[in-house]
Design a protein around this ligand. Structure first.
Ligand SMILES: [Mg+2]
Length: 198
């Protein structure tokens, strides 16, 4: 396992099993990326399955802090709407914002998990501090130019590794011919793909 390899890799947040993959492993806190992790980069929406998952995770006792490199006012509005603490302008992967986010929610490096869609910011930043990191496939392919450039590096590192929860040959039946993202959505939970209802 290198510093840039995620501890787990999921197709989207709602495929992370709250009981088995978080609570059952001893994690009570999650530092959660925003862009293309819970908020689409193109239409700026929280998909319904993501919103539902967040509600279930909070009901299970997990405490979140949003941790984002985004510096726009919209991320603060999102945090307020979701009623979650936030550390923005984080300059991930540098450690200070990770440490501040941990402090903000009373967490430590061992009982907190980092979840995000980028290897260089989310995963590498977590590993620099000895924290575990779950990588998600980005919600949509649209992203900032420098992020898209880093995707090439990510593909080289991840190779052919398939995300957990990705469509299989069996559940792809009927989804053939769809664009990759549409095919992925076809395998997402029933309530996925709808706009947030928070
Ligand atoms: Mg992101």
């Amino acid at each position: 396992m290198t510093f840039l390899e995620p501890d787990r890799y999921f197709s989207r947040l709602s495929h992370v099993d709250i009981g088995r993959d978080i609570v059952g492993l001893g994690y009570a806190h999650v530092l959660l990326d925003i862009d293309n992790t819970i908020l689409t980069r193109d239409t700026h929406e929280v998909p319904r399955d993501v919103g539902v998952w967040l509600g279930r995770a909070r009901d299970a006792g997990i405490v979140f802090c949003l941790l984002s490199n985004n510096w726009h006012h919209g991320v603060y509005e999102l945090a307020e709407r979701l009623d979650l603490p936030i550390v923005a302008k984080a300059v991930k992967p540098l450690p200070p914002a990770f440490l501040y986010a941990l402090h903000k929610i009373g967490a430590n490096r061992k009982d907190a998990l980092v979840i995000g869609d980028q290897l260089v910011t989310d995963v590498f930043g977590a590993h620099l501090l000895g924290m575990r990191a779950y990588l998600l496939a980005p919600l949509v392919e649209q992203d900032l130019p420098h992020t898209l450039a880093l995707r090439t590096l990510e593909r080289a590192i991840m190779g052919g590794r398939k995300p957990e929860g990705a469509p299989t040959g069996a559940n792809m039946q009927g989804a053939e011919g769809l664009a990759p993202r549409a095919a992925q959505a076809a395998s997402a939970p029933d309530d996925a793909g709808c706009k947030e209802a928070l």
